[in-house]
Design a binder for this molecule. Structure first.
Ligand SMILES: C[S@@+](CC[C@H](N)C(=O)[O-])C[C@H]1O[C@@H](n2cnc3c(N)ncnc32)[C@H](O)[C@@H]1O
Length: 219
């Protein structure tokens, strides 16, 4: 158990009041990381690109940085972004404890996963939040996020949590009356997570949550 009072003070007072749709699921993620012993490895795609943009983007890299710094001296966070502007902005927002790399995420994850495995490490939290999603034409983004999961595969264990941002439940409805909306099929994870969800279901990974973000374990 690695609960840091300093981190939770930061989360509860600085982050949670502004995190809106991500507050409860990010709280679940950090509560889970607290249950792990020893240093943790967090890998993220799509870095924080705008200071103070809690409700819009989530400030995930800022939170991961704060988490590992409060936790210990050995936990690590790796983040990758294809945009030089996002990378430069992120480097202003986080400490040197976060490795911020400018690259396409799929290429980067392939090589990072090999490096982690060759040094006896694995990913504890894989947080996928790159290629911006159009919720109507979601396929290009959903495909990219599935490629990211595939690229990182060798560093993912049964216990790795995989979390995809911008992945709210999606469904099809009929509207029998103005006041009534009736689903005609079960909800599925949508947005950036739409195809990760298909893969997760095919390999029997467990869906942990699906609010605005989706999380799984057991890949
Ligand atoms: C929604 S933002 C990330 C927000 C951040 N996670 C946060 O919570 O503040 C998405 C980022 O993904 C980056 N991106 C888009 N396509 C990418 C790709 N192929 N590889 C890596 N990053 C990509 C964009 O440049 C952008 O900075």
């Amino acid at each position: 158990m690695a609960r840091s009072a300093e981190f939770w003070e930061f989360f509860d007072t600085q982050a949670a009041p502004h995190l809106a749709l991500r507050e409860q699921t990010l709280r679940q993620v950090f509560t889970h990381l607290d249950t792990l012993t020893g240093p943790v490895t967090i890998v993220e795609t799509g870095c924080a690109r705008l200071a103070g943009n809690w409700a819009g983007d989530g400030q995930s890299t800022v939170l991961f940085d704060q988490y590992i710094r409060c936790r210990d001296t050995d936990s690590a966070c790796y983040t990758v972004d294809i945009s030089p502007e996002s990378v430069a902005a992120c480097r202003q927002l986080v400490s040197p404890r976060v490795t911020v790399t400018e690259s396409d995420s799929v290429a980067y994850l392939g090589s990072l996963a090999k490096t982690l495995v060759s040094t006896g490490k694995h990913i504890d939290l894989l947080y996928l939040d790159s290629f911006d999603v159009d919720f109507v034409h979601f396929y290009p983004s959903a495909v990219h996020h599935l490629k990211e999961l595939t690229a990182a595969r060798i560093a993912i264990t049964e216990r790795t949590w995989v979390v995809v941002d911008d992945a709210p439940p999606t469904g099809h409805f009929v509207q029998p009356s103005v006041a009534q909306l009736t689903p005609i099929m079960p909800f599925t994870v949508g947005g950036k997570g739409r195809l990760v969800a298909d893969y997760a279901s095919a390999v029997g990974a467990q869906l942990l949550f699906n609010y605005y973000q989706a999380g799984w374990v057991g890949f």
